[in-house]
Design a protein around this ligand. Sequence first.
Ligand SMILES: [Zn+2]
Length: 486
Amino acid sequence: MYLPFFKYSNSKHPTATIKEPEAFQSLELYERLRGKHLKVEFHIGIDDTDSPRGGCTTYTMSILSDRLQHEELELDGYPCLVRLNPNVPWKTRGNAATALHLKVPKTRIGEVKEAAIEIVEETSDVSQPNTDPAIVFLEGPVPSILRHFYSRALTDILTVEEAEQLAAEAGVESCLIKGNRGTVGALAAVGADLNRDDHTFEMIAYRRKENRGTKRKVDPESVMEMNSKMGDSTFNNLDPDTGRILVAPHGPDPVLFGVRGEDPWSVAEAFKMIRPNEPVERATLFKTNQGTDAHFSRSRWITELQADQSGNITGEVMTHPVSNLGGHVFFRLLDNSGEVDCAAYEPTGPFRDEVLLLVPGDRIRAFGGVGSGPLGVLTFNMEKFEVIHLVECTESKRRSCKKCGGSLESMGRGQGGRCRRCGYRLSGPLKDLIPKRRQIQPGLHMPPPRALRHLTKPFSRIERQKTNIPSRSLRGTSIRNQLFKG
Ligand SMILES: [Zn+2]
């Protein structure tokens, strides 16, 4: 009887067959060879290596994925940049975590873990009180409870206790450098299934250490050129109203610029068109959930809303939207369960003018997050809205003389009117109610790109969600070599 044989797909090794253990000197040798060549799924999640002083979870992942590829370890797809609920109060606006999926020989798992821990330690600023880096490891297929955890991490506030319990249930090993708060993001990142769900790509260039904290030097002309050449295959490159370059962030983190787009090829091409005027330390292509509206997926009843959640609510506008002194716009929305104040804040710019065009009776779906005021009163902070139905508005217009078109004077209440010019008498009311053209259209209304969150789907991606696109091999290292020769 022959035992199952193992084939190596890696072209560096010839196809070989391992026969029954008797063929080897000992069973131990057989097991060792078996372990060496039998690859298993291995997943790494990393979160919270960033701090206000610098550092970035994607930078940690960039170094790790390059190191593992250098060690001839096989990545299963691209490193993943996973954005989670942007309304989590203790997180920066980005709320990013990262995951790496690998196919590794069982015997090399220890080596992978060691590298991951070492790199996280090296790149985290643990002196910062709010930086609690976490790494999680999972061997074997990702269980459905982890997938579910990820969906909830997009829209809800999850506790560390929940995360720790889940890690134990799912057989996930957590490794904490300091506190335990990063566990939620690291676990959720592993649970994200970006092959199944809608996804986009971002290629990020990182700065050299000596330049971090200084003004970023990226040629704006090259970004504008790239933007016009690439069309809708990339997004959020610049803000059309202000001309502001959006590919480069602000602040002390190591990101020089990042190009977001539909597929790896467009993103890599666009990336090459941007001219940085400072040296690039490294670059990595990430698969991401950015620009997919993943955080808006949950529809909620108004009475169910809790602080810091993300999602969507559908209802009827109850009050005329009004603008306050700070330029924020508020109105009340009603659904079958209750009512809530909706807000469009000043930084959303012209978006507020669209909100101001709503009138009581209009039916809308609002997308956003739940904020809580000083007295614990909840507000739904709108990040975009869809007009489902507009009520008909009318305006009253004074009638004019049928004969000469002159103006009419009233003959007294309910007595009709008489033409001032020709004396023609007219019975009935002096005013007509005529339908008024609405200034707002049914459909989606959203803020300009500069005010969008990372997760929010830009206009250019509407109707473009995709799943399971074939991932042609485009390894991080080869792109880097191609782009930054020498
Ligand atoms: Zn007249």
